[in-house]
Design a protein around this ligand. Structure first.
Ligand code: SF4
Length: 469
């Protein structure tokens, strides 16, 4: 006699994949779930022991190791412990590039009226310090934030002075296209240990096409090289965005990262915001993106097998959720959602948004996720009616489709994406491209883990620990 504990399952490559809320998983023959539910698993079966040890069944109505289970669940949800830690400051909407997929609705760099005022910036930093989180990340975005070095300097110096009493751990990040990394900017980076997060879309022809400028690649590479020389290799990281053209060049993109001495890549799909939302057929794009991702990952695995350590970051985030008990800080894979709980955005015009994507919607006159102004009270902004409304729909555990999905504990909730692509925050999983992409990628990683374990597991473990083989 045994009792069922909560778990979800999926048909997976002719077998059944069982996953519980603690992140334990098992792959078992078809029909096993039916046997478990019918209480047909015999005590002397190996399966019985495995199901018990992995908290799928219990010999007592209340599991003896309930405390262990609760600690493990709390650990997986530990990203909630300290509330908002990532504070994004959109210092300007002006930019010096012209990216075809721009998600930030940027403006020409010569225009006026698109920079954050000192007064708004000061108030935004004050709000950041109201967060209970002992670790804060101030991320400067745009547009192109290096066009306003005086605002970066002011924000950091003001935060440093406030922190003399607050004693928080503060990390600084500038998200830049690296075209304008002047000595002034690098002085600030050196002095305050600022990380540079830049973007490189691949080889010259592709990068310049995506950026809408014929000399972008040379300028970006020169900027990256200069920043690495001045700040150190580890202080400069790059992100790529997969435009429709990029989908044809997985190997070329990865090789361009290697040629420029990067040891990792974050394969990132387009988001349906800003200019990118003009994209024609999102269903087709995501089908092609998943194919691109698989080819890229396979190529990266081959590179690792040849002895060169090169990490795919998105895969590593998912692996951390599958293979370790620890939470991750990546907002797209969190439930409750990363918006507000982990990230908030102070926009150049003095308004506060639930996420980076939320303020991008506002550029199209949709203020659904505008929480208020930087002059508003912290409790009103972060616990007010609007947040309470969003909070009703921000957990995979409670929304239809996700609630009984086998990948629920790995995936995340995104009411902003649901709203933007499907017209309401609740969303509809069968036609959601967010769901389609995550499901396909998570399934692919499970397939690799089960069908190519010997080939990929040592590599994946090294990615998780960051150790070279
Ligand atoms: S979005 Fe899709 S893959 Fe993710 S938990 Fe929900 S149903 Fe599962």
């Amino acid at each position: 006699m045994y009792y069922l504990l909560p778990f979800k399952f999926n048909i997976f490559n002719g077998k059944e994949l069982l996953i519980n809320d603690l992140g334990d998983y098992m792959i078992v023959p078809r029909g096993t779930v039916q046997r478990i539910a019918n209480k047909n698993i015999e005590k002397d079966e190996e399966l019985y022991k495995n199901l018990t040890a992995s908290f799928f069944i219990s010999e007592t109505p209340v599991p003896e190791l309930l405390d262990v289970m609760s600690v493990r669940l709390a650990t997986r949800k530990a990203f909630l412990d300290h509330f908002t830690s990532l504070h994004i400051f959109v210092l300007t909407l002006r930019c010096n590039q012209n990216c075809i997929y721009c998600q930030a609705s940027s403006r020409e760099k010569e225009l006026h009226g698109y920079d954050m005022s000192i007064d708004s910036l000061k108030k935004a930093v004050d709000l950041m310090f109201c967060s209970p989180s002992p670790c804060l990340t101030m991320e400067f975005q745009g547009g192109e934030p290096t066009l306003v070095p005086q605002l970066i300097r002011f924000a950091i110096e003001y935060a440093e002075s406030k922190n003399e009493n607050a004693n928080k751990e503060i990390n600084y990040v500038i998200c830049t296209n690296s075209v304008n990394l002047t000595d002034e900017i690098l002085d600030i980076c050196e002095k305050y240990k600022v990380l540079i997060s830049t973007s490189l879309d691949g080889p010259l022809f592709l990068h310049n096409h995506n950026r809408g400028k014929q000399d972008s690649y040379q300028k970006v590479i020169a900027g990256i090289t200069k920043a690495k020389e001045r700040l150190g290799q580890h202080r400069v990281s790059a992100l790529m965005t997969t435009s429709e053209d990029s989908l044809n060049y997985p190997q070329e993109i990865i090789d361009s990262y290697r040629e420029n001495q990067f040891h990792s890549i974050f394969i990132r799909a387009l988001n349906p915001y800003g200019l990118a939302r003009e994209n024609k057929d999102w269903g087709l794009y995501f089908d092609r993106f998943v194919d691109f991702y698989k080819k890229a990952l396979d190529y990266i695995i081959e590179i690792n097998l040849s002895g060169e350590m090169f990490i795919e970051e998105f895969t590593t985030l998912i692996l951390r959720k599958i293979l370790t008990p620890f939470p991750i800080g990546f907002v797209d894979l969190q439930s409750p959602a990363g918006i507000i709980n982990a990230v908030v955005v102070y926009n150049y015009d003095g308004y506060v948004y639930a996420s980076d994507e939320s303020r991008m919607l506002a550029e199209f006159n949709d203020y659904t996720f505008q929480l208020g102004k930087v002059s508003d009270d912290y409790l009103y902004l972060f616990y007010g009616e609007k947040v309470q409304k969003i909070a009703q729909l921000w957990a995979t555990e409670t929304i239809a489709g996700c609630a009984d999905c086998a990948f629920q504990s790995i995936c995340g909730a995104d009411p902003v994406r649901n709203y933007s692509t499907q017209g309401n925050m609740y969303g509809f999983r069968p036609t959601s491209t967010f769901c389609k992409k995550h499901k396909a990628i998570i399934e692919h990683i499970f397939t690799l883990l089960t069908e190519q374990e010997e080939r990929v597991l040592p590599i994946f473990k090294r990615w998780l620990t960051g150790t070279r083989g």
